[in-house]
Ligand binder design. Structure first.
Ligand code: NAP
Length: 319
């Protein structure tokens, strides 16, 4: 294929061979230089951006640098770091990678839940420290037996978590802005959900609408035996309120895969024994990350072939 048939594309974020190899046939790939700029004359040629990971903001100011930008293909299902509303208003397509990561993230959520409820990482550290030789690990105050679980954000991933939890015999409730046709109890407000359940799992998207959705009042409603799991976005939980709630035993424990200022985790959380902390690994298996990379590439190839994007986000057009 002649270079003239190729479209100029800006690749942002970490190098992923599946993405660069998948795009090389049909795109001329550019990267920003160390000062964050492109050679002059190139910016107006850029029609596509491949955002290969990381959560650096991609805002209107950045998009305006590329007057002929038509599509941004992002790696990951959450796109709160992209101003998709502005993009949509300016005819720029944004795509994400839904579905292909759903089951992996749900598996991680269940692992995090079990680790938090039964203190499995703490028990493992106890064994490694040789303390088992002195006495058995203390019994955990929490258990899944007879407990009720609430999910805030019963979308693709939330539903996959709920399906897994059905097998654990817990009672299941949820809160979304919209009631769904599912066999779980709907709570019209997050506060009423937190009052009703023992364990609250947060799987909402990031962005202004969910910022600090879980505040101190919600944690108080969850109560002293309550456990919070966050696998959605760090900003959906008021981290200072959570730290206060854990310190004052307003809630019992928390399991977190996401944080406000990743990869920085507050020292207070690092020092607490009643939290389980994961470094945002919800979808982080090679298999799933490869599937996400392929979907990013397929979105760009489908758009390039005039067939429209495969998984455009709801704020933007498909073609
Ligand atoms: P989804 O299918 O769009 O589900 C999101 C759910 O959240 C929807 O059911 C939505 O229902 C609900 N929701 C949105 N805003 C809400 C609000 N203000 N209050 C209450 N509920 C609200 O998305 P998904 O594929 O399940 O992904 C969910 C999120 O998980 C992603 O956006 C991402 O941030 C996060 N995630 C994390 C990891 C990780 O590694 N930890 C990996 C993948 C994804 P309504 O519209 O009816 O409110």
């Amino acid at each position: 294929m002649e270079p003239s048939d190729k479209t100029h594309l800006l690749l942002l974020g970490p190098d992923k061979p599946l993405i660069t190899e998948g795009l090389a046939q049909r795109f001329i790939i550019h990267r920003l230089d160390s000062s964050g700029t492109l050679a002059s004359g190139i910016t107006s040629s850029i029609r596509a951006i491949a955002l290969c990971g990381g959560h650096d903001p991609l805002n209107a100011e950045f998009m305006l640098r590329f007057p002929n930008l038509e599509i941004i293909a992002s790696f990951g299902v959450g796109y709160d770091h992209i101003d998709a509303t502005w993009a949509g208003e300016h005819g720029i397509i944004v795509t994400n990678t839904p579905d292909v990561l759903t089951e992996e993230v749900a598996d991680t959520a269940l692992g995090l839940l079990l680790c938090t409820v039964r203190e499995l990482p703490q028990a493992e550290r106890y064994l490694r420290a040789g303390k088992w030789l002195e006495k058995p690990y203390p019994l955990t105050c929490s258990s899944l037996r007879g407990r009720s679980v609430g999910i805030v954000g019963l979308g693709r991933i939330g539903s996959a978590i709920a399906r897994r939890l059905e097998g654990f015999g817990v009672s299941l409730s949820y809160h979304n802005r919209n009631k769904r046709d599912v066999p779980y109890i709907y709570q019209a407000s997050l506060l009423s959900l937190a009052r009703e359940v023992d364990i609250l799992i947060v799987v909402t998207p990031g962005g202004p609408e969910t910022s600090s959705l879980v505040n101190f009042e919600i944690l108080e409603a969850l109560g002293p035996c309550g456990i919070l799991i966050n696998i959605g976005r760090g900003a959906s939980v008021d981290e200072a309120a959570l730290i206060r709630a854990l310190k004052t035993k307003t809630i019992l424990a928390a399991g977190l895969d996401v944080f406000n200022d990743e990869p920085h985790v507050p020292k207070e959380l690092l020092e607490m024994g009643n939290v389980v902390l994961l470094p945002h690994v919800g979808s982080a298996s090679m298999e799933t990350r490869d599937a996400m990379a392929r979907l990013l590439v397929d979105n760009l190839l489908s758009w390039k072939n005039g067939k429209g994007a495969l998984t455009p986000v709801k704020e933007t057009p498909a073609s």
